[in-house]
Design a protein around this ligand. Sequence first.
Ligand code: EPU
Length: 420
Amino acid sequence: MDRLVIEGGVRLKGEVSVSGSKNSVLPIMAATLLTDYPCIIKGAPNLRDVTTMIRILRSLGKNVEFEKGIITVSAGSRMNFVADYKLVSTMRASFCVLGPLLAKLKKAKVSLPGGCIIGVRPVDLHLKGIKSLGADISIESGYVLAKASRLRGNRMYLGGIYGSSVLATANVMMAASLADGKTIIESAACEPEVTDLAEFLLKMGAKIKGHGTPIIEIEGVRHLRGAEHSIIPDRIETGTLMLAAMITKGDIIIRNAFYQHLGALIDKLYEAGAHTTKSDGSIRVRPKGRLKPVNVTTLPYPGFPTDMQAQIMSLMTVTPGISVITEKIYPDRFMHVAELNRMGAHIQREGPHAIVEGVKSLSGAPVMASDLRASASLILAGLIAKGTTSVSRIYHLDRGYENLELKLQKLGAKIWREKE
Ligand code: EPU
């Protein structure tokens, strides 16, 4: 197992380029199951989750190559309809092979993914949507068995107690693309990753309208063809780098960044005292004056992303004053709080709220990453802490950030990887 070691205190400066979006590429890879024709996905990040999805697609009978950011998927000799527990349990995004497998093969057996450290994470909305398309669903020995000789388009409401669901919307959109007739998803997720998937499906010949809004209409077609697509930049990596600039009082230019996907974060950073400027696919970030505390509530897109909650909390730990951070997507996503407190932060958790009292400085410490975004928040804290921070269990980071430490090194950070 590797750990990252950081010597804090360097102001980051320079330019860095963002990788393709993890949460975009994973469902798009699943969508290649909808066709027998070759698909080419460009700008794919080299991440552990991508490798896992490659293994899943191969286990389902696809030929997959991945070289220099280009994933090529083509038909193997025979497709398999079973997505095994060993693979699905390691990555929840793999559950979105259910819709495409069912639509293509008329049956699918996909392991239930189970919960994870950030919460219970049920799949009821996925199953509700797939059932609405006329599938027969049963659960046996930890697997979802879905069958349908023909899927039929339908109108459905896919909102849950925490709002819309990104991957349930993706799952249904993919299945409905090959269903008979029209499907209308109400309370669909509006995240840019859902829009990117819709763009890929459109290139495959699907008929989709309204993606990017809460009402998506899909007119089913008989067949989908192969397609070539470039993945959007990772907005969460972009946001994490923006916060790295802010927390170190640096000045950085982030290339391959979509400003328009980051409205809620940019608004909060402005309130906190950031100066951000956009030009031609890049964003420059630097603080202007003293940092100010901000209250943040995570919400489905275009609200403040839950995947940036841990990172903005790190910034607030060293911002004078009190800030309240409320988690409305995963109310238990606070594993980073105890670790940040080990570095000298003053954070008190009260249910879905974290009350952060800014301190003058953090002190480097050995800390443990519990999930992907928590790892990023600890690295941010390490960048500003006095002394040395070592973040263990860094395999979480490798699931979703491509070469983060190399990118930070390029900006001047003293950060390196060691074997534990
Ligand atoms: N939910 C249900 N029932 C369902 C599905 C979801 O109640 O059937 C709940 C969830 O428990 C949660 C809320 O709905 O409270 C939203 O979850 P959503 O389904 O949108 O999450 P997801 O699609 O499983 C994706 C990202 C997550 C990101 C969330 C929210 C991927 C691969 N994952 O997960 O990314 O946090 O949307 O934006 O796209 C990450 O990258 O670190 C990460 C966890």
